[in-house]
Design a protein around this ligand. Structure first.
Ligand SMILES: Cc1ncc(COP(=O)(O)O)c(C=O)c1O
Length: 476
C-alpha cells in the first residue's frame, strides 16, 4: 500500500468515526455500502473496505455477514437516551447550597477519583508550556505587574487575542467589547448582578448547572426551569411559553454542550430563541465554556454571533480548555458593558496581570489552537470509552447521553434508585460523582448522575465504573 492510500483510509475512518461520535450515524445503523462510498467519494473499494476494517479495530463498527457494516451498539446493548422531561415551569426559590457545599468539600481530597467534577486530567493540560512562558518573563516585567493594579477591563493583548477568536460572524467584536474576569462563573455572576436583583426571576435550562442555581439562591432570586432535550437543548416554543407566562428578568443559557446534559442547540433554534428574547426584551447570559471542545468537524454557533442588538452577555473561560487554576475568563456583555465593568471594579478591581500575559502569549504563538486540537480528540475518545463502560457495567435499563463535545455523560437510572445514596456509597470507595438532585431547584433528577469524561481513560477508571455498577446493582 502506498503512503497516500494509507492516509486515505485513515482519513476516511476518522471521518466516519466523527459521524458516529457527533450522532450523524446512530448505534445499530447500517453504514453506507462500500460501493456507495466508492462512487460518492471517488475512493477505491479496497480503501473504503480498509477504512471499515480500521473502524472495526477501533471498536466503532461491526460487520454483519452478507449485509454490510453497522455502527457498533455499545456492548451490543445500545442504551437508550434519556427522554425530554415534562416539568412545570413555575418560578420557585432555590435551596441547593448546603448539599453543594458538602459535595464540593468532598472533592478537595487528592485520593478521590473526580468523576463528579468537570475538569480534564492534569496531564491533558499544557502546564509545562505555560510554566515555560512564565519563566521566560523578565524580572522587571513580573515585578511591575505584582506591584500594580492592572486595567479593570483586563490585559489589552489578551482581549485583542480573544476578539480575534470569537466565533463568527462576529458583529465587529473588538478588544474594547471584552472584560476579563476571574473565570466563567465570575463572568456569569457579574453579568447576572448587573441586569437583575433580589426577587427577580431567572430562566435556566433544566437540568441545570448547579452553580447557576447556587448563585440564584445566594442572590435571593427566583428560578424558572425550562426542560432541555438531551440532544437539542431547549425547545424555542417552550422558551416562548415561559417568557409569555412569567415575568422573566434574564436567562442563563449554556448554548453548547450544556452542563449537565451535553446537549447542543442547533443554529436555527439559537436564532429563534434569540428573536424571542428580543421580542420580550429579556437579555441572555450565554455561558459558552465548552464551545471550543466540540468532537465533530465544526464549532457550534453561539447566540453572540447572531446578536445584532447587544442583548447577549457572552461568558467563557480557560478553565476547561486550558487549566482551571488560571482563574481567567471573559465576558462580552454587549449593551450592558458599562454596568458589568462597574460591577467588576466594585468587586475585584482588576484581574492578575501576569497570568493574563502568559495566556495572551500562549494564544499568540498558535500553541493554544494546537493544544485544543489534541484535547478535543482525547476528550472524544475518553467520552466514547466512558459510554461503553457505563453500558457494560450499569443496569440494562439505564439511559445515557452520547455527548458531541464537552466532558460529561448524563446517566438516568431506573426511578427506584437514589443517586444521593449512590454518591455516598461511591464516596466510601473514593469515587466522586455528581448526584442529579443538585441540578434542579425541586426534587427532580434523583435517579440521575453526571459523570466527568475529562479524565484520561485507564484501568483505574474502568474499575471505578465497574465498582459503581456493583454499588447500583446491589441497591436494587
Ligand atoms: C457551565 C459552566 N460554567 C461555568 C463553570 C465554571 O467555570 P470557571 O471555573 O471558569 O469559573 C463550569 C464549571 O464546571 C461550567 O460547567
Amino acid at each position: 500500500m502506498t503512503l497516500s492510500q494509507n492516509f486515505q483510509y485513515v482519513a476516511l475512518a476518522d471521518e466516519i468515526e466523527a459521524g458516529i461520535t457527533n450522532g450523524r450515524f446512530e448505534p445499530g445503523e447500517k453504514l453506507p455500502s462500500l460501493r456507495k462510498l466508492h462512487l460518492q467519494m471517488g475512493i477505491s473499494i479496497s480503501t473504503v473496505h480498509q477504512a471499515y476494517i480500521e473502524l472495526e479495530k477501533r471498536g466503532r463498527v461491526e460487520a454483519k455477514e452478507k449485509s454490510g457494516f453497522y455502527v457498533r451498539a455499545l456492548n451490543g446493548n445500545p442504551m437508550k437516551r434519556p427522554p425530554l422531561l415534562k416539568i412545570k415551569t413555575e418560578p420557585c426559590r432555590v435551596m441547593v447550597n448546603d448539599l453543594a457545599k458538602t459535595i464540593n468539600q468532598d472533592l478537595q481530597s487528592d485520593d478521590i477519583l473526580m468523576l463528579g467534577a468537570a475538569v480534564p486530567s492534569k496531564d491533558l493540560m499544557p502546564l509545562k508550556q505555560l510554566s515555560r512562558i512564565m519563566k521566560s518573563m523578565p524580572a522587571d516585567f513580573l515585578q511591575h505587574h505584582m506591584s500594580n493594579y492592572d486595567l479593570c477591563a483586563g490585559n489589552a493583548d489578551l482581549r485583542d487575542a480573544l476578539s480575534k477568536r470569537m466565533p463568527g460572524p462576529a458583529f465587529s467584536i473588538s478588544a474594547e467589547d471584552i472584560i476579563i474576569t476571574s473565570g466563567c462563573l465570575d463572568a456569569v455572576s457579574l453579568c447576572l448582578r448587573s441586569v437583575a436583583g433580589p426577587g427577580d426571576a431567572v430562566l435556566v435550562e433544566s437540568p441545570a448547572f448547579h452553580f447557576f442555581l447556587q448563585l440564584i439562591e445566594d442572590l435571593n432570586m427566583y428560578v424558572v426551569e425550562v426542560p432541555g432535550c438531551p440532544e437539542t437543548g431547549m425547545n424555542p416554543e417552550t422558551f416562548k411559553e415561559a417568557l409569555a407566562s412569567h415575568k422573566i428578568k434574564v436567562c442563563i443559557l449554556n448554548s453548547n454542550f450544556q452542563n449537565p446534559l451535553g446537549s447542543v442547540m442547533s443554529s436555527k433554534n439559537k436564532a429563534r430563541i434569540l428573536s424571542i428574547a428580543k421580542e420580550y426584551d429579556v437579555p441572555i447570559i450565554e455561558d459558552d465554556i465548552y464551545g471550543d471542545l466540540f468532537y465533530g468537524d465544526k464549532r457550534p454557533a453561539t447566540f453572540k454571533s447572531m446578536d445584532k442588538t447587544g442583548l447577549v452577555l457572552y461568558c467563557s473561560s480557560f478553565s476547561k480548555a486550558l487549566a482551571p487554576g488560571l482563574r481567567t475568563g471573559w465576558t462580552v456583555p454587549g449593551r450592558y458593558k458599562d454596568a458589568v465593568l462597574r460591577m467588576k471594579l466594585n468587586n475585584t478591581i482588576s484581574s492578575p496581570g501576569i497570568i493574563q500575559s502568559v495566556i495572551a502569549e500562549f494564544i499568540k504563538t498558535g500553541a493554544y489552537d494546537r493544544h485544543l486540537r489534541q484535547l478535543r480528540n482525547k476528550l472524544k475518545n475518553q467520552a466514547s470509552a466512558m459510554a461503553m463502560a457505563v453500558s457494560r457495567y450499569f443496569p440494562k435499563d439505564t439511559r445515557i447521553t452520547f455527548p458531541r463535545g464537552g466532558m460529561f455523560i448524563w446517566v438516568e437510572l431506573n426511578k427506584k434508585y437514589d443517586s444521593l445514596e449512590i454518591y455516598q456509597q461511591a464516596y466510601q470507595k473514593k469515587i466522586s460523582i455528581l448526584p442529579g438532585v443538585l441540578c434542579s431547584s425541586s426534587d427532580r433528577y434523583k435517579n440521575c448522575l453526571r459523570i466527568n469524561c475529562g479524565l484520561r481513560w485507564s484501568p483505574r477508571l474502568e474499575n471505578a465504573i465497574k465498582t459503581m455498577g456493583e454499588i447500583i446493582n446491589q441497591l436494587s
